[in-house]
Unconditional design. Structure first.
Length: 624
């Protein structure tokens, strides 16, 4: 079955209330005329569109009885379904007021449509609507786009109702984003085979997720390695992310070969965990209420990035490169972390929909402020002075460089999670280079990592010269080590020495021989302490070694003088233990505790590690 391409072709109903000479829009109704809106349910006459029309007619009759001076106008955008509409048994007044326009690119997306409606209302002195009703189909794509678009509406106290057409029964969900209140209602087909309908719906959601992450159209029978031509590394990450989105157990004991296998695994796990009943009835997320004053911690981090700024909601910075003298952008973020947060986790809402974010349950960005360079360092120095305490590290700075396939938003969350879990009282700083954040972008990310070396070098020099920090620690993960080690190599060429307190290379995706024989010996004098975390169970680096035809520095152990090698192979990390199976440094408690001790300057012989001696060389290992 090919994935359905949903084109948002809305029917818009705008009702105007005339009172004392001032017109006020009281209502906006949008009907999504995607292909499935006109499809029949189980060979019956019930369709998503007929349900929407029935609801609109009932609402119209009720309004006419109680508000006789109400004027109604119906605007149908898109001519593709006009014949279908004409064949429906519509209320005469409804049909008479039907207008047809050809769709334009400006209103194909819901947010653009709402913006254009706003502009039209302003032009006619009708600058307010008090309620919005949305009728659409219940798919992962449509629901996600709709809720993300509605989250940007700046209409205080507006009541927004969303009617999602589903193949299964679902209870209504109430949501609040602190500005507007949302109520999501579910209409559904007459029940015949609820479990089959649930599987069909789940199948479409999974297929869309595959398309979203890879750009490939998929069919249920497609195999990941054969039909979709995905390597093991990409398959692991893709399946793990989809499993995480559906909140099911990711500890697999067998291979998931096809899309069909993945759908059935999710269905089985959701039924066993109580997310869905044996009749295919999905238990919806609980309602989200307004934040309570003391419901979450607030972790502040600072950032520098050579990404191009983005105008997309909550993207902030894209995967494209920024150019020019002012390519590096500076700023500060505040991240909400729930008080029931589990160390090593980044708790996210269902399917990653940020409209469902709850400060009592989820980690998310609550504020991003871009700062001018001078203001950035002044704010950082003020933070260092105000937060100085008996903790010696309160005047320290830790710079984190993320790895491959990481978007700016996710890099901020990871940095905040690390700072919070480490109990770090100093200044956490993220350097975010322009990773595409795409599973298939390994080669592109590697080029961008090399391109970012100069920018990180310049930033580290600025940080050393302009901040009041006592000591600077550097942490890089995965491909981020290519950025960091490149920057340190260039600093050493300028005769720099002992600039940093410690350098931690976490699961480094870097040529092990290049570091051991050429780069490492030249740059070790830049920091007092060097540590590399490695694991033979790191499937991502195993694949990278095959792709690059050379062993990676993060797997297995490479003998390097002057560097503390910490072998995490005994830590329970399998490709399916967490969605970011390559990120054991941030997700496994023993490794987190050991990294904290490393930053504090505690030697490996005084930590919970055992020495392993091979000939004249010694490295350290976590106990079983």
């Amino acid at each position: 079955m090919k994935i359905r391409q949903f084109l948002l072709l809305p029917v818009t109903l705008i009702s105007f209330w005339i009172a004392t000479g001032t017109a006020e829009a009281t209502q906006l109704i949008v009907v999504d005329l995607s292909a499935s809106m006109a499809e029949q349910c189980n060979q019956t006459s019930v369709t998503a569109l007929s349900v929407a029309i029935s609801n609109i007619q009932q609402q119209h009759k009720w309004k006419r009885k109680t508000q006789p001076s109400l004027e109604v106008d119906y605007l149908f955008v898109g001519s593709g379904d006009s014949e279908y509409l004409k064949n429906q048994k519509l209320n005469f007044k409804f049909k008479r007021r039907l207008k047809t326009l050809k769709p334009t690119s400006a209103i194909l997306q819901i947010n653009d449509l709402l913006r254009s409606v706003d502009e039209a209302l302003i032009d006619t002195n009708q600058n307010k609507y008090t309620s919005i009703a949305i009728y659409t189909t219940d798919t992962g794509r449509t629901m996600g786009e709709m809720l993300e678009a509605l989250s940007g509406i700046d209409k205080k106290s507006a009541v927004i109702e969303i009617y999602l057409f589903s193949q299964t029964k679902k209870p209504a969900v109430s949501i609040s984003n602190g500005l507007n209140n949302y109520k999501v209602n579910f209409s559904h087909c007459p029940e015949k085979d609820g479990w089959k309908a649930y599987l069909n719906e789940l199948e479409q959601t999974v297929i869309h997720s595959i398309e979203r992450e890879t750009g490939y159209l998929a069919q249920p029978e497609d195999s990941f390695s054969g039909d979709l031509a995905l390597d093991a590394y990409t398959t692991y990450q893709l399946q793990s992310k989809i499993l995480s989105e559906h909140r099911v157990n990711t500890d697999l004991d067998s291979e998931i070969a096809t899309v069909f296998d993945l759908v059935n695994y999710i269905a089985k796990q959701q039924q066993e965990s109580g997310i869905v009943s044996k009749d295919g009835v999905v238990v919806a997320d609980r309602a989200i209420t307004k934040p309570e004053p003391d419901s979450a911690y607030v972790q502040q981090i600072f950032y520098a990035t050579n990404r191009k700024p983005s105008n997309e909601p909550e993207v902030f910075y894209s995967g494209e490169r920024a150019y020019g003298d002012n390519a590096i952008k500076y700023g500060a973020c505040k991240v909400a972390i729930p008080k029931n947060h589990k160390k090593g986790s980044i708790e996210r809402p269902l399917l990653g929909l940020r409209i469902f974010k709850d400060p009592k349950e989820h980690v998310y960005i609550s504020e991003v402020r871009e700062l001018e360079r001078g203001k950035f360092f002044a704010t950082m120095n003020q933070h260092l002075e105000e937060n100085a305490s008996d903790d010696d590290m309160s005047r320290h700075t830790v710079v984190f460089v993320h790895g491959f396939n990481v978007k700016f938003y996710d890099a901020v969350l990871r940095t905040a999670q690390l700072a919070h879990d480490y109990g770090f009282e100093g200044v956490p700083v993220l350097f975010s280079w322009p990773s595409d954040g795409q599973l298939l972008g390994y080669a592109s990310d590697r080029e961008d990592a090399t391109w970012s070396v100069q920018y990180l070098e310049n930033f580290l020099l600025e940080l050393k010269e302009k901040s009041l920090t006592k000591k600077i620690h550097l942490i890089a993960h995965s491909m981020g080590n290519q950025v960091l080690l490149g920057a340190l190599h260039q600093l050493k060429l300028k005769n720099a020495d002992e600039l940093f307190e410690s350098v931690i290379l976490a699961a480094p995706d870097y040529d092990s021989e290049l570091f051991r024989d050429q780069v490492g010996p030249g740059i070790l004098s830049l920091a007092k302490n060097w540590t590399i975390y490695t694991s033979e169970n790191d499937a991502a680096l195993e694949i990278s070694s095959k792709v690059n035809s050379v062993q990676r520095l993060g797997s297995p152990v490479t003998q390097i003088d002057g560097v503390n090698i910490i072998d995490a192979s005994n830590v329970e990390v399998t490709p399916w233990s967490v969605p970011e199976f390559h990120s054991y440094y941030a997700s496994k408690q023993p490794v987190i505790d050991d990294m904290v001790a490393t930053l504090q300057g505690v030697g490996p012989d005084k930590r919970k590690l055992k020495p392993v001696v091979t000939g004249e060389y010694r490295y350290w290992q976590f106990s079983n």
